[in-house]
Design a binder for this molecule. Sequence first.
Ligand SMILES: [Zn+2]
Length: 318
Amino acid sequence: MTNRENAYKQAFDLKKASLKRKEAEYDNKIAELYANNTRYAAICANLSSLGAKIAITALSGDTETLAKLSEEISKLQLERDEIVKSEGIKPVSYDCVLCRDTGYVGGKVCDCVKQIAKGFSLGLLSASLPLENSRFEDFNLEYYPTAASGTSSRKRMTGIFKLCREYAINFDPRTSENLLFMGGVGLGKTHLSLSIVNELLKKDFDVLYSSAYNLFSKMENEHFNLRTDDTYNYAINCDLLVIDDLGGEFVSPYVQTLLYNIVNTRLLASKPVIISTNLTMKEIESKYTPRVSSRLLGHYTAKLFIGDDIRQIKTLQK
Ligand SMILES: [Zn+2]
């Protein structure tokens, strides 16, 4: 199963389980009502026999009786619904009104499933990923100061912002370049990476986004405990791999090997990677083996993010 198929399966499973739970809850309450409320039980029995009667009458073409019967049914249904309501039993509330949580609308997969699958295909981190709020439209260049003299952070960031937007617009899984986002925390590296991810997901590209920490722990765990290499294979083969916060992972010798294999294999196959890191060039060189660092520094277009910590600014403004 491909990662995408797997993501869809997980999304459908999730919907199915949630629908089943809600319906079971409702059914239990109705069953209890049926057992304890004689009037309710009588109405239900009545409705069943009237249903049979109306089916037969419809065949006979006796419109007068038919009208009488349907009126009677409507009345009973109304009374039944009133009893249910008065008992405080609420109808099943669906997460998605379009497909009523079945996952399908008119034989097609509903958008709600696609949305969930998207989260799962991002894999490792769907729950905590601020994908929704990380779009190009939400990126505010006004957080970056302009300078009277010297390098203006806003000017530089405007350039990086444009580069990222064009990267997403013109993305080609065989020719797009590798990017290395550098700079301190809170300067928008994750935001712009996710903005690219958002755009590419809309265009149905296979994107794997993960923090280095999650990515490598998952790969190690799969390799040593589950004896599969699903995440590794996906990291090698997806259209775009985005590794956030390189340097935040625990660098074991096995992780060095993994990182080298991923970076090198994707380079040879001309498959793009975006890496963001708080590390400086020097720190990259001292943390990783020369064969990893030489590839990062030699084959990636480095972009230095500068400015003030935006998270801090946002907190102070609250
Ligand atoms: Zn739906």
